[in-house]
Structures are given as C-alpha cells and as structure tokens.
Design a protein around this ligand. Structure first.
Ligand code: SAM
Length: 266
C-alpha cells in the first residue's frame, strides 16, 4: 500500500526482511500463543506471525493503517485489529490470558518509555520484545553506577529481567530515522517480587531519587517533597539496601530500591 509516513506517530517502517524474521523469532510464539503487537503499521512483523501463532491482537493508532490491517487480516478469526492508542485502550480487555501474552512492537520513538511502563502494568505479560532507540536500550540495561542508570533501569529491572538482543542500524527503516535502534527482551519475574502497595511506593521513591540524582540519599529521603522521612526511617531504609547516607541514587541496585521501598512503606 502507498502511505506517507507520519513523523508525529513515529512511523519508521522496518523494511529489512532478515531483521523482521529475527524479531519474530525472538518472540518465539507458536500455535498455542497469544501475541499482542503494538504499532503493526504496514505489517512488517505481523505478516510473519499471522500463520504461526494462536491469536494475534494488533493495536494501531493510524486511521489508514488500522483500516488496511482490518481489510487484510480482519476476516481471520484469530486476528483482532484494535484501532486505538496503546496508552489509552484497555489492553487486557482484548486478551484471553494477559499473564501469558507475548508482546512485540517496533514502537514509536516519542512514547517509548510510557509504552514500556504501560506494558509492565499488572497482570504483566509473559514477555515483551521491543525495538527501541539504541540509547533507550542502553538505559534499560545500564549497569548500576553508570551514567545511563536511572529511573527507567530501576523501574523495569525491579519487576523484570532484561536482555539487549541485537542492534538495528537506521538503514533498516523507511524513512531512515536519525538514530540507530536495538531490540530488547523484557521478561517479567514470576512470581511477582513485590506486592501492589510496595510497587506504588517504589515508583514514588525511584522517581524522587532520580529527580535529585546528584544529591546524597540521606538528603533525598529527608528533604524530597514526596518523601520527607524521619531520621530512624532513613537509617532503616539505607541499611535495608546496604547503602551509605552519602551514596548517590545511582549506587543502589534495583533490589536495593525494592528493599528501601519495603522498609519505608511496607
Ligand atoms: N511495526 C511496523 C514496522 O515495523 O514497520 C511499524 C513501526 S512504526 C516505528 C510505529 C507504528 O506505531 C506506526 O505504525 C504508528 O502508526 C503506530 N503508533 C504510533 N503511535 C501509536 C499509539 N499511541 N498506539 C498504537 N500505535 C501507534
């Protein structure tokens, strides 16, 4: 189909067939699996999955592309085309068994982080394979203490394991974007490592910590407007994470943040 790519929707279509296969292989879905694809576009990944998987839910925001997908695949019983915004539609409502779903997407660059956090809402899927900017992949897998380590690294790795699978040069897309990409796999932990209240507390803590990433932990815990912890609470929290009062947030690993959230709000 002829389609003028919309930059506002992050439309960079993957035209390299080898890479299309490689991504679909990384999802590893078979006849018993339900797959949720985010931003299928012109079907670069969809076409390699449609005969392979048990069920396919396609969420596409672009009017013309969604119509085209519905025309092409709508007749198939196992395919459901959802014309909507992945950040707004009730994804669970379209899935038979959300906790077993395999998610895949070459997702729009401008909303990568919100999409990752959306996909990590409970009940979390079995696995998530995403094409993201190379720099975002770096942040997701960044080692503790490195410059790229931050709220995204901790947010994802406190609830899931992550792998950077392979790099994808910008030349594999049309139109050619300004940056390279990488494919990552996020595999949510089973069983859930933290309960829901602790998770809410963890999000607040991590956001506050990295908003003030140059400050020392003691000061953040005491003075950040979202925290305001008393001295004994601070002592306990630091101990639980094996951290020192003068440490900066980037010194605390994801397990340390979970331990602190538990000690502060558990
Ligand atoms: N999967 C196709 C491929 O690999 O060639 C298209 C990838 S393109 C980078 C991103 C796709 O996401 C586009 O089709 C775009 O229209 C769609 N999209 C953008 N924002 C969206 C949103 N909020 N919800 C669902 N789809 C969206």
């Amino acid at each position: 189909m002829r389609h003028r790519a919309k930059r506002s929707l992050g439309q960079n279509f993957l035209v390299d067939a080898n890479l299309q296969h490689k991504i679909v292989d990384a999802v590893g879905a078979g006849a018993a699996d339900e797959v949720l694809e985010i931003g299928p576009g012109k079907g670069a990944l969809t076409r390699h999955m449609v005969d392979r998987v048990g069920r396919l839910v396609l969420v596409e925001l672009d009017d013309r592309l969604a119509d085209h997908l519905a025309e092409r695949y709508g007749e198939r019983e196992k395919v459901e085309v959802v014309h909507g915004d992945v950040l707004k539609v009730d994804l669970q409502a379209y899935l038979r068994d959300p906790a077993k779903t395999l998610v895949v997407g070459n997702i729009p660059y401008n909303i990568t982080t919100p999409i990752i956090f959306r996909l990590l809402e409970r009940p979390r899927p079995a696995s998530i394979v995403l094409m993201v900017q190379d720099e975002v992949a770096d942040r997701v897998v960044a080692p503790v203490g490195s410059k790229a380590y931050g709220a995204l690294s901790v947010g994802v790795r406190s609830v899931a394991s992550v792998e950077r699978l392979f790099k994808v040069g910008r030349g594999a897309f049309r139109p050619v974007p300004g940056v390279d990409s990488a494919v990552i796999r996020i595999t949510p932990f089973r069983p859930e490592p933290i309960d829901i209240e602790e998770e809410v507390a963890l999000r607040t803590l991590v956001r506050a910590a990295f908003q003030w990433r140059r400050k020392q932990l003691r000061k953040i815990l005491r003075d950040h407007p979202d925290l305001g912890i008393d001295p004994e609470g601070i002592e306990r929290a630091l101990q639980s994470a094996g951290a020192q009062p003068a440490d900066r947030p980037e010194r605390v690993d994801p397990e340390g943040f979970v331990a602190m959230a538990r000690s502060l709000f558990g």
